[in-house]
Design a protein around this ligand. Structure first.
Ligand code: E4P
Length: 217
């Protein structure tokens, strides 16, 4: 399973990248806005730090505009993945840009039907949004399972990039289903290391060790 980090916070990306835990990065217009930085400048900085795919999202709503923006974003670095929304125009842009050899991440996917179309249009990644489905009392993880089943039935090469991850359980559940990639905020990736019994066990070891009066070095 590949780990993408869902942020434009370069310090947070660097910390995880130094541990070998970053296989790629995803951004979107909201994430860029939150960073307060210029999209090209921050995306270039991320691309220089991370070897894997870095998703940069178009903001035009029409296919022609998306294609123009996508070509422009792709010039930032060789590891750019162009991110387009799962609309009819987004699928048209995906078809054209993937045909030119670019990597495409088709985002804002909320149904298996949408995921089929993205695969047919040549998407490198499909991004089903788990958390936003859960937010409206639908089952985000069930969507991951449906897409996995369909893609396997037909040997579609598009990778399932489980997105809108809000908890550690989202990551482990997506991994069990067989999502190819997860993208999550840095805090959730770091939270994977925490367990109450680890903390409790360590406190006990520290207390017992102090009683021995020994030092290892
Ligand atoms: C994925 O590519 C998106 O940037 C992201 O996962 C959306 O997450 P959110 O629903 O928490 O905003």
């Amino acid at each position: 399973m590949k780990f993408f980090v869902d942020t434009a916070d370069v310090d947070a990306i660097r910390e995880l990248n130094d541990l070998g835990m970053v296989d790629g990065v995803t951004t979107n217009p909201s994430i860029i806005a939150k960073s307060g930085r210029n999209i090209e400048e921050v995306t270039r900085e991320i691309c220089e730090m991370v070897a894997g795919p870095v998703s940069a999202e178009v903001v035009a709503n029409d296919a022609e505009g998306m294609i123009t923006e996508g070509r422009h974003l792709a010039k930032i670095a060789s590891n750019i993945t162009i991110k387009v929304p799962l609309t009819w125009d987004g699928l048209k842009a995906c078809k054209v840009l993937s045909g030119e050899g670019h990597k495409l991440n088709v985002t804002l996917c909320f149904s298996a039907a949408q995921a089929i179309l993205a695969a047919k249009a040549g998407a490198t990644f499909i991004s089903p949004f788990i958390g936003r489905l859960d937010d409206i009392n639908l089952d985000g993880m069930e969507l991951i399972a449906q897409i996995r089943e369909i893609y396997d039935n037909y040997d579609f090469k598009t990778e399932i990039l489980a997105a809108s991850i809000r908890s550690v359980n989202h990551i482990t559940d997506a991994a069990r289903i067989g999502a190819d990639v997860i993208t999550a905020p840095p805090a959730i990736i770091k939270a994977m290391a925490s367990h109450v019994l680890t903390d409790k066990g360590l406190a006990q070891f520290n207390a017992d060790w102090a009683k021995t009066g020994q030092k290892i070095v």
